[in-house]
Design a protein around this ligand. Structure first.
Ligand SMILES: CSC[C@H]1O[C@H](OP(=O)(O)O)[C@H](O)[C@@H]1O
Ligand code: ADE
Length: 290
């Protein structure tokens, strides 16, 4: 049976995690370039962990320039089975208030300036992202969050925008009123799509930091308010992460939702037509089936 290895991708304001046994920052190179930073490895309650700061320590990568493919490839290469994304988000719902956590289960992807797939000419693949997050992993996040006393909302649609500017009032109203979105951020896409291509279970915990720009009683969103809210809630995030290993366990049964078999029927390119150079780059992501 596969051994569980949990990765946490930390978003804005989260540049390391504490409490790991045998912590070590390791360099991982990938065929898709260098990840956002070194990866902090170690264990928690006997389970292997990996932590990657999405924007790099010191917040050096903009949402557009985060090396999403290198990040997911590097985690796969380290033997990660489950990825938990922790990110800051704006809220479109009064009851999803700053300080609350939302376990996102759907996305609308409005990003347009990012590499969104490991596949392409020479090895064409189409995976399903009808359900882009893993219910089993999301269950564990919900249980750990509730045990840590966090106000946690299960389910929500995350609008992934390109940024780096925040939304206009008209956009904010459209996402909320016409598109039915619940939260907004700049990073969960294409991250979630790439995790699916890499056959990794992915759960997204969005920490509400603001009401974007739609709310008549709240001013425009600004970075200092976001960081102040995040800093005030960092302890909650840490408590949630610490609860995960015992919930997930060391022995990992196949994902009941099929995340770890997403590529099974996805590759269309005939074996004799596949590009050897691309296949070589896919060694970690798709090595299981290629
Ligand atoms: C800090 S303001 C906007 C910035 O914060 C979020 O980052 P992350 O998702 O990595 O927590 C948002 O998506 C923007 O990138
Ligand atoms: N309102 C907002 N829009 C986009 N990304 C965000 N990250 C935190 N708050 C945000």
């Amino acid at each position: 049976m596969t051994q569980t290895r949990i990765a946490v991708i930390g978003g804005s304001g989260i540049y390391d995690i504490d409490g790991l046994e045998n912590p070590e920052w390791v360099e991982v190179e990938t065929p898709w370039g260098t990840p956002s930073d070194q990866i902090l490895t170690g264990s928690l309650d006997g389970i292997e962990m990996a932590f990657l700061p999405r924007h790099g320590r010191g917040h050096v990568h903009s949402p557009t320039d985060v090396p999403y493919r290198a990040n997911i490839d590097a985690l796969k290469r380290l033997g990660v089975t489950d990825v938990i994304s922790v990110s800051a988000c704006g809220s479109f719902r009064e009851h999803m208030a700053p300080g609350d956590f939302v376990i996102v289960d759907q996305f609308i992807d409005r990003t347009f300036a990012r590499d969104k797939s490991f596949f392409g000419s020479g090895c064409v693949a189409h995976v399903s992202v009808a359900h882009p997050t893993c219910p089993r992993l999301s269950d564990a996040c919900e249980t750990a969050g509730k045990a840590a006393g966090i106000t946690i909302h299960r389910g929500g649609t995350y609008l992934a925008m390109e940024g780096p500017q925040f939304s206009s009032l008209a956009e904010s109203r459209m996402y909320r009123e016409q598109w039915g979105c619940d939260v907004i951020g700049m990073t969960n896409m294409p991250e979630a799509k790439l995790a699916r291509e890499a056959e990794l279970c992915y759960a997204s915990i969005a920490m509400v930091t603001d009401y974007d720009s739609w709310h008549p009683d709240h001013g425009e969103v600004d970075v200092s308010t976001i960081i102040a809210t995040l800093t005030g809630n960092a302890e909650k995030g840490r408590a949630l992460v610490k609860g995960l290993p015992s919930l997930l366990g060391a022995e990992r049964a196949p994902c009941p939702h099929g995340c770890d078999r997403a590529l099974e029927y996805a590759i269309l390119t005939a074996p004799e037509k596949r590009d050897p150079a691309l296949l070589a780059k896919l060694d970690a992501v798709a090595g299981r089936i290629l």
